[in-house]
Design a protein around this ligand. Structure first.
Ligand SMILES: NC(=O)c1ccc[n+]([C@@H]2O[C@H](COP(=O)([O-])OP(=O)(O)OC[C@H]3O[C@@H](n4cnc5c(N)ncnc54)[C@H](OP(=O)(O)O)[C@@H]3O)[C@@H](O)[C@H]2O)c1
Length: 284
């Protein structure tokens, strides 16, 4: 009887510690990670202000309830790891996660963002098994996020000039993250992800025009003009600083994390644009 009770307890403990917390699980990469894990039959909890229980980066009291029964976490910070306060929150959250039973942490980081590297180190210091996924800018910014409205309006106005970025697909990022969450061979690795091509925003506008059959223009604005637009829309002005990463050329080369982690090539922007156009998201 005692043996049976012990057995039951073991089964219960195993069941109770197999949940993956996906922070930002309704967002561009988080939603895909959650769907892919669920498709594998894994239990997932969405960590966001609209999750149940709610998780809020700025309300530490919400962290422990969201971590109950969780053994691994996909950590995405919002709005950006390079923003003031992010590194401290990531350090505190990682400690709390480990203290509450999480053994593996996979962090979404930004490629070329020095400030984000402080968060990376803080997460590693937690003692959990870790994987860092440093990503280029997402293709899906144009179909699911802040550049969707400009695409629909036919004008993308940004302070990026002729600078190039190696846009990467959120599905590729999610595949790398799911592999890191589920396969031990990715523990202790830092993957730098890009797509297969460098594109300027004029190139992007041309790709989007071709995919939608409508003219979509790129308009070059100054950083100050862009800051004014962010202010008018009640968005953090720090978003403008992210463009310095594109402008100074630090990310103007391809990196190969998708292939290193998954053994296959990343998706090209043209394929993304064709599929997004077919989904109707850019219909006006
Ligand atoms: N977008 C890019 O091109 C790019 C490139 C490289 C790295 N990144 C990194 O990716 C991360 C996510 O950025 P994203 O723009 O792609 O956003 P996202 O993941 O598409 O969406 C944000 C998610 O975060 C949740 N959220 C917002 N505020 C929150 C809070 N205070 N506490 C908890 N959850 C919150 C939202 O859900 P609720 O509203 O329900 O809370 C939503 O699910 C950032 O750290 C960014 O640096 C982005």
């Amino acid at each position: 009887m005692a043996r049976l009770a012990r057995l039951d307890l073991t089964v219960l403990m195993t069941q109770n510690t197999q949940i993956t917390l996906v922070i930002g699980g309704h967002g561009k990469t988080g939603r895909r990670v959650a769907e892919k894990l669920s498709a594998q039959g894994r239990e997932v909890r969405i960590g966001s202000r609209s999750g149940e229980p709610a998780f809020d980066w700025h309300e530490p009291a919400t962290w422990v309830p969201a971590l109950e029964g969780v053994d691994r976490v996909y950590v995405t910070y919002y709005p950006d790891l390079a923003f003031p306060g992010a590194a401290e929150q990531v350090r505190e959250f990682s400690k709390v996660a480990v203290a509450n039973g999480a053994r593996r942490l996979v962090l979404l980081s930004g490629r070329g963002e020095e400030a984000a590297e402080v968060s990376e180190e803080n997460l590693k210091a937690s003692g959990a098994d870790w994987t860092i996924v440093r990503s280029s800018w997402f293709n899906q910014n144009f179909s699911e996020s802040f550049f969707l409205e400009p695409v629909l309006a036919g004008e993308i106005a940004l302070p990026t000039g002729d600078a190039v970025e190696a846009f990467v697909d959120a599905d590729d990022i999610a595949d790398v993250v799911v592999a890191a969450l589920t396969d031990d061979k990715h523990i202790g690795k830092t993957y730098e992800l890009s797509g297969p091509r460098l594109l300027s925003y004029s190139d992007v506008a041309a790709e989007l025009s071709k995919a939608t059959g409508r003219e979509i223009k790129y308009i070059s604005v100054t950083n100050e003009q862009y800051r004014a637009v962010l202010r008018e829309n009640d968005l953090p002005e720090e978003f403008a600083d992210l463009f310095t990463m594109i402008l100074d050329g630090r990310n103007a080369h391809l990196v190969h994390g998708v292939e290193e982690a998954l053994g296959r090539k990343p998706k090209d922007f043209s394929d993304f644009a064709r599929e997004a156009a077919a989904s109707g998201v850019w219909n006006v």
